[in-house]
Structures are given as C-alpha cells and as structure tokens.
Design a binder for this molecule. Structure first.
Ligand code: NAI
Ligand code: MG
Length: 395
C-alpha cells in the first residue's frame, strides 16, 4: 500500500492539461502515493446541479489530501441557462466548488508564496534614478484567511424582512432604508476572533520557521473599523509571542500602491479573504503571474493544493497545450512540503529554478508573446516540453 493517497481533481479547461504534468513529476521523484480521481467543476454543475458532488467530498474526507487543477464558473444567468433542461427550475443554484470545499472542510488557511525565480524574464524590474534598471528580489508569502470575510457567502439581493429590520437598527443604514428590495444587494463581511487569530498565528509561525523578519497585516482598519480592526488587534496579540519578528500594518489600498516601490521589503503578509485574494494576485504579478502562482488551502485535517489560475477556456482545446505547468508543479511541491517530503519538494523546486535560470525552454507567457495555436511556431515550449525540461533537471 502506498504511503499517501492523493485525491486528484483536474476540474475544467487547462486544469486537465496541467494536473497530469504534476503527476509525472511527482512520480519521477518517487513520491510514494496512489492517486484517486474526483469530479469537480462545470460539467458537474451542468449535469448534476452541483459543481462539488458529494462523492468528491467523501473522497476528500477519507484521504485528506487533494491536488486540484482549475474550474470554470460563469455568472448566474449563464449558469442557469447551461444547466441541463431536466434540472432547470428545480431550485439548483450555482455556488463555487472551491469556496464550498474551503468552507466544508474549514480550509481556513490559504498560503500563497510569491517568490521570484532568478532569471525569470517576467520578474518585476524597477527603473533607477540614473536610468538603469534593478531587479528587487521578491520573497513574499501571503497568508489569506480562506473561509470568512466577504467570501463567507452570506449575501442577498432583496434581503428578507428580518435582515432589513436588523439593519435598520444601525444608524448608518438610514440612507439605504428606502431602497426597494430588488434594488438592494448586500454581502456581509464576517470576521471571527478565532479565525483572525489563527491566520495571524499561521503567518508568524511560517515567518519563524523560514526566517522572515516581518509579518505585515494588510487590512483597512481606519475604515472597516470592526472587521479589519479585529484582524489587526489579533495580529498585535499574536505578535507578542514572537518578539524577534516585526509586525507591520498596512492598508490594502496603499499596499497595492507600494507594491512596485519596495516589494523586496515584505516577508509574510496576512490578510482577510478578499484582501488576501487581491494582494496575493498582486504580488504574484511581480514574480511571473499566473503561470507561477501556487497555493495551498489548509485545514486542521484536509489540505488541497492548487495553482491560483483558472481554467483559461481559450487555451483548453489547443493541441499541443501551451500553458505554463509551473504553477501546478509548485502546488505539488507545496503538497510535498505539507506531508513532510522536504527533500523531494526541494528536488522539484531546484529543477524548476534550473530550467527558468537557463532560459532555453520557455512557455509563451515567459516569452511575453500572445498565447494561441501559433505560440509554438514562435519558439514557445508546449506544456509537456516545459515539464520534460524540468524532469531532465531532476537530481
Ligand atoms: P484564468 O486564470 O483562467 O486565465 C486568465 C489568463 O491568464 C489566461 O487567458 C491566460 O492568458 C493566463 N493564464 C492562466 N493560467 C495560465 C498558465 N498556466 N500559463 C500561462 N498563462 C496562463 O482566468 P479567467 O480567464 O479570468 O477565468 C477563466 C475561468 O476560470 C472562469 O470561468 C473563472 O471563473 C475560472 N477561474 C477559476 C479559478 C480556479 O479554479 N481556482 C481561479 C480563477 C478563475
Ligand atoms: Mg484569485
């Protein structure tokens, strides 16, 4: 029997192209695992009215470890129209399977490393006063609270009377109180103290373990006084346990502005759900963008690793596939680290670093050329060629 069982969820579009590449690399380093396929995504929605079927939840509950590609989701109207005719009008409503998965298994800690590979032509460079350029070394790990905040899913258009009545008790609701229900949309931003504390604790622990000098809590406590205020308070409380690590507090808007000014100054960044989503994409943009951005969704029992990119439907049908598998491979590396296979993780990471540094094999995104059927004839590596190059560098 293998030591680990991994639930593989390729999902939609390019998820089906990149996930098999991760399995090739995991096998090459001798990761002792069995892989069990599970369905997720748009096809499940169309045919079953549920993008995260119970059988997939059961597999994750059983095996505790998941590797996920990407899913397609579409706005409400299209979702309703694409549902198969027999299921229409029966009360099915689309909900993101990733958000569901995070909530179902309380995958409350989302880790998103944004660490530059030297030699990556997509790395951020900065103009110097003398006209030259410099490439700051970006080494940031974002800790995003993954289950609460504005993504908790507590929202309405045309809120029920009880909600309106409750809101009317707040003086600031007055300007909205006469808005007709159908014209009023509300999403609730929920922060609990425990979760706020836990995400800060996870950030500080990481900083401590990997030698980061600072943790930045990135919120907006001057305006969102209650919710961001609680995030910041708990970060301050946790910081007391780590006297050697500095706590910085930044506002999400200012942080995105400073991003290109001094990104090398940041280490671990902690944020609530929406702000963490935004700031992790922003930092990822400095180190290669979607082709390089990996993530882990980690709960007390279950953990699921995934590239942060989506299903990129416009490239999903290309043969050979052209998308960059590195984000998916780095997600597999994070999975290895999570289960304690540090040596195997390092082998893959070093091989990716070697290919990037050498610069001979580059997918279309790394060449800054348009993606499409012609990318390959312009010299871009295909998805499999990139993996092949990485496999060759494994030591
Ligand atoms: P996307 O991430 O799928 O693609 C945006 C663009 O980024 C692509 O057109 C492509 O140019 C580039 N890109 C993405 N992955 C790449 C890779 N591995 N290598 C090279 N280039 C890459 O986001 P988009 O177009 O906004 O959404 C497409 C679908 O994916 C939507 O249905 C959306 O809801 C879904 N989505 C799913 C996510 C997930 O599964 N975690 C996350 C984001 C979007
Ligand atoms: Mg995102």
């Amino acid at each position: 029997m293998a030591k680990h069982t991994v639930v593989t969820m390729p999902g939609d579009g390019i998820g089906n192209q990149v996930l098999p590449e991760a399995l090739r690399v995991l096998k090459a380093v001798g990761f002792d695992a069995e892989y069990v396929h599970a369905d997720i995504g748009w096809e499940c929605w169309i045919n079953e009215g549920n993008a995260l079927p119970q059988r997939t939840i059961d597999l994750l509950a059983k095996h505790k470890l998941g590797l996920f590609g990407a899913i397609t989701s579409k706005p409400k109207k299209e979702a309703d129209e694409e549902l198969k005719p027999e299921l229409r009008g029966k009360g099915y409503s689309y909900f993101s399977p990733i958000v569901s998965m995070r909530q179902k298994f309380n995958l409350d800690t989302c880790v998103r490393p944004c660490i530059a590979f030297p030699g990556n032509p997509l790395n951020f460079i900065r103009k110097k006063p003398d006209g030259g350029f410099e490439e700051p070394f970006v080494n940031v790990v974002v800790f995003r609270q993954n289950t609460e905040g504005l993504y908790a899913g507590v929202e309405w258009t045309n809120p029920p009377d009880g909600v309106r009545t409750a809101l009317a008790t707040h003086p600031k609701f007055k300007p909205f109180s006469s808005t007709p229900g159908p014209d009023l949309a509300i999403s609730v931003r929920i922060i609990t103290r425990n979760a706020a504390r836990k995400i800060s604790k996870a950030g500080f622990e990481w900083a401590n373990k990997f030698g980061y000098k600072s943790v930045t809590i990135c919120e907006k406590p001057n305006v969102l006084r209650e919710t961001s205020g609680m995030m910041e308070d708990e970060a301050k409380n946790v910081a007391k346990e780590y006297p050697g690590i500095a706590l910085w507090s930044t506002n999400i808007d200012a942080q995105t502005m400073w991003l290109t000014k001094n990104p090398e100054d940041y280490g671990v960044v902690v944020a609530s759900n929406l702000f963490g989503d935004v700031i992790s994409d922003a930092f990822a943009g400095l180190v290669g963008g979607l082709g390089f951005a990996a993530s882990g969704n980690i709960g007390d029992e279950v953990a699921v690793f995934e590239p942060t990119h989506g299903s990129a439907p416009k490239y999903a049908e290309l043969n050979p596939p052209i998308v960059n598998p590195i984000a998916m491979l780095l997600s597999a590396v994070m999975m290895l680290e999570h289960v304690g296979e540090m040596e195997k993780a390092k082998q893959i990471r070093d091989a990716i670093a070697a290919v990037v540094k050498e610069g001979k094999v580059r997918t279309y995104d790394m060449m800054r050329i348009p993606g499409g059927a012609k990318s390959i004839s312009k010299g871009a590596a295909s998805t499999t060629q990139m993996t092949d190059a990485i496999l060759k560098k494994l030591k």
